[in-house]
Design a protein around this ligand. Structure first.
Ligand code: DX5
Ligand code: ZN
Length: 229
């Protein structure tokens, strides 16, 4: 998009804190804190101990969190995406499934939309961006994993910057309003970089939930909007 002066419009980014890094003993208080601190979405990492070697929580927690007034950005890291779509669709704004978790990616992305949610496809670090080319019409969100999935607090993988750029090129070539989310190791040290490469939504868990001042942390992540000429 560009206006009369040829300036690309400022691209406001959305911040989606991941509750995987919240204090489980204070989850209720912390999610209201992060909402008041300016979060745009709440990122729920659903793990089954099989697709990734960690186990988190189920639909009952998502249902409770759905009542706080933040749209839920549900990231299914599970080997049975079809079950997850059905189990979480009543609470989610976005449901993201992994391209590596199913041979029926096209069908399940369409199913997510049929359930009334926005459809997301996540790519592990080793999965090439070309995977999205034949499902881009069924996709509202591409989640680029910038860590290997399973835990919070891991370091960002710099090699994923090229993949963000490549996915942005695929989306722009298709001319569709597909958003890019980056997920894993996102802090104020790398947020500008990933935004410049084309990210629209930043997931951040440990950086936000370990900060003394969540509003300041979220502000720093969003701090730069990019004017590109
Ligand atoms: C990892 C999850 C991420 C993680 C992000 O498998 O998908 O959402 O919780 O946490 P940080 O920001 O600490 O890497
Ligand atoms: Zn995630």
């Amino acid at each position: 998009m560009s206006n009369a002066k040829g300036l690309r419009s400022l691209r406001p980014v959305k911040i989606s804190p991941s509750i995987l890094s919240a204090n489980p003993l204070a989850l209720g208080r912390q999610v209201y804190e992060v909402k008041d601190a300016g979060a745009d979405l709440l990122h729920l990492d659903i793990m089954d101990g099989h697709f990734v070697p960690n186990l988190t929580f189920g639909p009952a927690v998502a249902k409770a969190l759905g009542s706080i007034g933040l749209p839920l950005d549900i990231h299914l890291m599970i080997s049975n995406p079809e079950w997850g779509i059905d189990a979480f669709c009543d609470y989610a704004e976005y449901i993201t499934i992994h391209a590596e978790a199913t041979p029926h990616l096209h069908r399940f992305l369409r199913l997510i939309r049929e359930k009334g949610c926005r459809s997301g496809v996540a790519l592990n670090p080793s999965t090439p961006p070309q995977v999205i080319e034949h499902v881009i019409d069924e996709t509202d969100l591409v989640v680029i994993m910038t860590v290997n999935p399973g835990w919070g607090g891991q370091p960002f993988i710099p090699g994923m910057l090229r993949k963000i750029e490549h996915v942005r090129q695929i989306i722009d070539k298709a001319g569709l309003p597909v958003e890019i989310e980056v997920d894993g190791g996102i802090t104020s040290d790398n947020s500008r970089c990933v935004i410049e490469k084309g990210a629209d939504i930043l997931v951040s868990g440990s950086y936000v939930f370990s900060s003394e001042d969540m509003a300041a942390a979220i502000g720093k992540l969003r701090g730069c909007t990019i004017t590109t000429y």
